[in-house]
Design a protein around this ligand. Sequence first.
Ligand code: CTP
Length: 401
Amino acid sequence: MQLTGKRILIGVTGSIAACKIPELVRLLIKEGAEVRVVMTPSSSDFVTPQTLSVLSRQAVYSKFYHPDGSWVNHVELGLWAELLVIAPASAHSIAKMANGICDNLLLSVYLSARCPVLIAPAMDMDMFLHHSTQRNLKMLVSYGHQLTGPSKGELASGLEGPGRMEEPEIIFSKILQYFTGLQKKRKKKVLISCGPTREAIDPVRFISNRSSGKMGLALASEFEKYGYSVTVVAGAGVEKPASLNAEFISVETASQMYQACMNFFPLSNIIIMAAAVADYTILEPEKNKIKKEGKKAFQLTLSPTVDILSEMGKRKTRQQFLVGFALESNNEEKNAVRKLKEKNLDMIVLNSLNDKGAGFEIDTNKITIISRNKKKVSFSLKLKTEVASDIFSFIQQQVHA
Ligand code: CTP
């Protein structure tokens, strides 16, 4: 059984194709999956909750409250799922999903879910071809969701054309493909460094920088979402988010970050150095707290740290994909391309300090990606979570090119 223990949530919306969903549930259960079903109120005109409950061996939900008045926790349902399959997805529900409208339980579950989403549209041909539906579907794809179908054929209206929901067997095979692909990816290891390092001046003071680690953490959760095995080496003060399962190594100094990164480097397929590693450390930190008594101006002697990314670039094999970051304030692109070449990277993510909303300690970023094969894409200002998704997609294209 290839789906043993896999948690699959099926969202059924109001379309005649809903009458085919019992077959999909049956196939999934037969393959060992745990299936739960959430229905929009109108979908029960086409298939009964009882049928889906019997086949899934679980209660089926469509309202925010159980018959006894207790609340159905849509967040819990959304977080429970490893894959959310919206099938059939009517034009109406697609429009609501694309625009964040949340007027029923299924849409609340959809907005709460952190897992990948597979959508099987079903509607009449002209509804499918309408500009608004096409635009809504494009929006859903831009959120990272996958579409299956619709296929062409005889429609409930009597028309012939695109709009038919994919047959349950096809949707089932897409679900199977998703989980087997995931298994392959799980074997793929990603190493992500993030956050600042701290270099001690004395036992209480240090030199550091303004990096928050947010960009690296967003990347970690993006890779995790798509099934990669993720290791995070996090600099000083970066906490592991509760939602992240990744192996999480906390370090403080540049030298500790070097050690930790190099331990995982040989095992990693994709390596992303998003950390703001100190370029210099204090040559001889004081063992005791420096007292101000009698001291006027004094000098700290700094010595260079090891450039971790350059070391990785020297040791990289053909199977590894190495990504660096560059934060620049002038000659941005020229400096980024120089770093890409000098450090032997496959790709560099450039942030400019001159771009408002980009850089440290904030939730947004504006990046340009430049690859070894001279592909360059500049993105608009976005949330770091969205930037992570752009970086993920770019890496995917490069790795599979
Ligand atoms: N980096 C690293 N080890 C260091 C310094 C930087 O691995 N000791 C990595 C960072 O994680 C980043 C990339 O190198 O991915 C570029 O860092 P950046 O500070 O922009 O560049 P530097 O090479 O340090 O050059 P400069 O500070 O002169 O711009």
